[in-house]
Design a binder for this molecule. Structure first.
Ligand code: SF4
Length: 302
């Protein structure tokens, strides 16, 4: 029986994960996102009654003995983990005991402009931060943050963090129908991504019951929107099977990869069997190579 640990849960992108909940008593978040899987709640700027570092570390040690095969230890919260007041001490303690496991944090990026937060996050193996919109109106509409938080500060903070982060930096964009599923929002996000240069962008949509009455978009729409995001390695959440897979020629495969790396899931989703065979030949010839970015394998031009 654990108070702060949950899982292990299988994550498609990160493997087997053991979660740490830094706010077990109630939702503690400085956002109130429309798509949140938790109940709607008043935004706050700190976690009330946070658990102690010693109590969390004792549970992590015990669970690592119970589940020695996990891949990652995920720092998260019933809300936003960077609101935890002892995050620095906790990360140091987890790095000491994690052995060959990777440390991962899932955060809404709201505090990334704070140099103290940057200092802590750069000690974590995989940092996954949300950026759903790059324009102020869209950001406020989807993420419903505390009044003091603005998206340009977040983008500048992400840009500054990228410069000092030598580990894996992943950005997540969650698409909500009728809000950020527009070309102009994707174009604004592209400009932000060009500044930030994340290692990977995870593009997804709502797949669990949301806090408010909003809807996700289809996989086809995600594919369409990804084209506005430029050459960044984008991992798309594929919910449905494609209606038709494409018979790309060799030249088309090379042109597609030059425009944007394709993940293994993209290839399985979009490429016909013949096209997949052509891709294997290109791989064999050394014209294409595979690259693993924080647990997701991409095909890129060699
Ligand atoms: S940042 Fe995460 S926890 Fe906070 S409201 Fe948004 S989805 Fe929920």
């Amino acid at each position: 029986m654990y108070n702060y640990i949950f899982g292990p849960v299988a994550s498609r992108r990160f493997g087997l994960s053991l979660g740490i909940d830094l706010s077990p008593a109630q939702k503690s978040c400085n956002f109130d996102c429309l798509y949140c899987e938790l109940e709607p709640a008043k935004t706050v700027d700190r976690i009330e009654t946070p658990p102690s570092v010693a109590a969390i570390v004792a549970e992590v040690k015990r669970s690592l003995e119970e589940y020695p095969d996990i891949d990652v230890i995920t720092i998260t919260a019933n809300g936003e983990p960077t609101l935890y007041p002892d995050l620095d001490r906790l990360v140091d303690a987890l790095n000491e005991i994690k052995g060959d496991k990777k440390l991962l944090i899932l955060s809404n990026a709201s505090r990334i402009a704070d140099p103290e937060v940057q200092k802590v996050l750069r000690k974590i193996d995989i940092v996954k931060l949300s950026l759903d919109c790059a324009t102020p109106a869209c950001f406020k509409k989807i993420d419903r943050p505390l009044k003091s938080i603005d998206v340009e500060t977040i983008i500048s903070g992400l840009e500054a963090f990228r410069k000092i982060c030598d580990k894996a930096l992943i950005l997540e964009i969650l698409v909500v129908a009728g809000i950020n599923d527009k070309p102009e929002e994707m174009e604004a996000l592209k400009k932000a991504l060009d500044r930030i240069r994340p290692d990977r962008v995870d593009l997804g949509t709502i797949d669990r019951p949301p806090a408010y009455d909003v809807k996700g978009v289809s996989t086809q729409k995600l594919e369409e929107l990804s084209r506005y995001l430029g050459h960044h390695p984008i991992s798309i959440m594929h919910k449905e099977k494609p209606q038709k897979r494409v018979d790309f020629t060799r030249e088309e495969i090379l042109a597609t990869l030059a425009r944007r790396p394709q993940s293994e899931a993209d290839v399985a989703y979009l490429f016909s069997e013949k096209a997949r065979k052509k891709l294997e030949v290109l791989l064999h010839e050394g014209r294409v190579k595979k690259k693993n970015i924080a647990g997701v394998t991409f095909y890129i031009p060699a």
